[in-house]
Design a protein around this ligand. Structure first.
Ligand SMILES: C[S@@+](CC[C@H](N)C(=O)[O-])C[C@H]1O[C@@H](n2cnc3c(N)ncnc32)[C@H](O)[C@@H]1O
Length: 221
């Protein structure tokens, strides 16, 4: 018997891992400020503009959620995370966002509701990346966009996770050449993939199934 047998089968050991991380998550104020200023420089390239509706996946303690609210208001921000402890800290910030405890590998936050799905510093942790992408795609409006962003390059990020303990030490960001097929399984089309020393950015566009049952994207119209 392992220690997890009393949990629901769907449960992910990462929930407990991130719950334990939550109290100290914001301790590096300088790094948090640096990340926010870097994201703000990328604002336009990330497609953040007033009046769009955004779902932020893996919002953690809400370190960037208030910034997202500022970028898109009067658009709506739904911030989700599967760690109750992370989410409790985010909610305590009293931001003009909606918060929900949700496992993106298990369910979509909505159907056809968002212009942008924003994944900041979270994608490698999805235990089923294909399922997560399907649920993200489901949440998007036709033509909606997904961005996956990290403020370090892929090699450095994967090396960082390799140095951590279970259950996250094998969590990886897919290589640029893997993204088109990975996205396609979810009906998403790669628009851009950048992998530099100080930035990893994937941007994808949501298509939809046309009357012939084929995946269709904006550019096919
Ligand atoms: C590395 S932290 C980043 C948090 C926040 N984005 C930040 O930059 O401060 C990853 C977050 O994603 C959440 N997470 C991981 N897998 C998830 C899943 N399948 N569904 C929802 N949230 C998830 C974790 O609970 C954690 O809060």
């Amino acid at each position: 018997m392992n220690t997890h047998t009393h949990h629901h089968l769907q449960s992910d050991p990462r929930i407990n891992f991130f719950d334990l991380q939550a109290p100290g998550w914001e301790r590096n104020a300088a790094k948090n400020a640096y990340n926010l200023s870097r994201l703000d420089e990328l604002r336009a390239r990330l497609g953040l503009r007033p009046s769009i509706d955004v779902v932020e996946v893996g919002c953690g303690t809400g370190l960037v959620t208030g910034w997202l609210v500022n970028c898109v208001q009067p658009g709506r921000v739904l911030a989700v995370d599967f760690s109750p402890a992370m989410l409790a800290q985010a909610q305590a910030k009293r931001l003009a966002a909606e918060f929900r405890c949700l496992d993106i590998c298990h369910e979509a936050p909505a159907a056809g509701a968002f212009d942008l799905a924003f994944c900041f510093q979270v994608f490698p942790h999805f235990r089923d990346q294909t399922a997560a992408l399907r649920n993200l795609a489901r949440a998007l409006k036709p033509g909606g966009r997904l961005v996956v962003v990290h403020l370090v390059g892929r090699a450095q990020l994967n090396e960082f996770h390799r140095g951590l303990a279970e259950p996250v030490h094998q969590d990886r960001l897919p290589a640029p050449h893997e993204w088109p097929a990975l996205l396609a399984t979810a009906g998403l089309e790669l628009v851009r993939c950048e992998d530099r020393a100080d930035l990893f950015l994937v941007e994808a566009k949501c298509g939809w199934v046309n009357q012939k049952g084929r995946m269709q994207c904006d550019k096919d119209q």
